[in-house]
Write a protein that binds this ligand. Structure first.
Ligand code: 6GU
Length: 239
């Protein structure tokens, strides 16, 4: 898989050379290219933003540097991941989908967003996915691109040493993960639940399933009842 990153803060993406993506690069599973968007500006100040048409607060990223970047990088046929708080939610399902692509190009937005024509233009030559990593606002898309990269790269065939840990973890079965324990069996007056020391694999499985369901009910009821997660939108839509 080839990964390109377009950003005005290339240093922000330095962690790509570390830990997980770093290992994947050493193993030849991925090839990483980070690009400073300002190299595709032509004015003395390397301007990448301008005031919004129609007025309003903040600045908008200008289309021209993006267009130059897309041409030079020949994004045709790639999947363009645009990180933005107004994107579709990033999920494990989307991570699995992106892990099947040969080339991902990340466009990391800053300021109030990227001129819409950049996305409309790119849609004619690449698959454009505007993606958000959660309902909160970051200053820019770089940290989101790192998070998406890590979730995708660890799914690449041949990456993980232990394929079982991929299927057993949170979200792969639609539930949060059960609590885990290791030695010692007693620590600071706190004991590991007896069932885990019982050696009875049937009881252990049942206990873990129950714990996962309790946790999910408590912390993420939306995962168990997706339609109820929409109900607050029904109120908004009705007004
Ligand atoms: Cl992808 N970008 C920014 N700037 N903020 C976010 C985000 C992305 N996802 C959640 N908040």
């Amino acid at each position: 898989m080839r990964l390109d990153y377009l950003t005005i803060f290339p240093d922000y993406l330095a962690p790509l050379g570390l830990s997980l993506p770093g290992k994947a690069q050493e193993r030849g599973l991925i090839e990483v290219h980070v690009h400073d968007l300002r190299q595709w500006t032509d004015d003395r100040h390397h301007t990448v933003d301008d005031t919004p048409y129609g007025g309003g607060a903040g600045m908008v990223m200008k289309p021209e540097p993006w267009g130059e970047a897309f041409d030079v990088l020949a994004i045709d046929g790639a999947t363009l991941v645009v990180t933005t708080p107004s994107g579709e939610p990033f999920t494990q399902a989307l991570a699995r989908d992106l892990a099947t692509r040969e080339r991902l190009v990340f466009a990391c937005g800053r300021y109030e967003g990227i001129d819409q024509r950049v996305l409309d233009h790119a849609a004619g030559r690449a698959e454009v996915r505007e993606v958000s990593i959660g309902d909160y606002v970051l200053n820019g898309g770089e940290v989101a691109a790192l998070a998406i990269t890590e979730a995708v790269v660890r799914l690449l065939p041949g990456f993980m040493g232990n394929a079982e840990s991929l299927t057993e973890e949170s979200h792969e079965d639609g539930l949060l993960e059960y609590p885990v324990y290791t030695k010692p069996a007693s620590w600071r007056g706190l004991d590991v639940p007896d069932v885990l020391l019982s050696g009875d694999h049937g009881r252990i499985s049942a206990w873990r399933r129950d714990q996962a369901e309790r946790r999910t009910t408590e912390r993420r009821p939306d995962l168990l009842h997706p339609s109820r997660a929409d109900s607050e939108w029904d109120v908004v839509a009705a007004t």
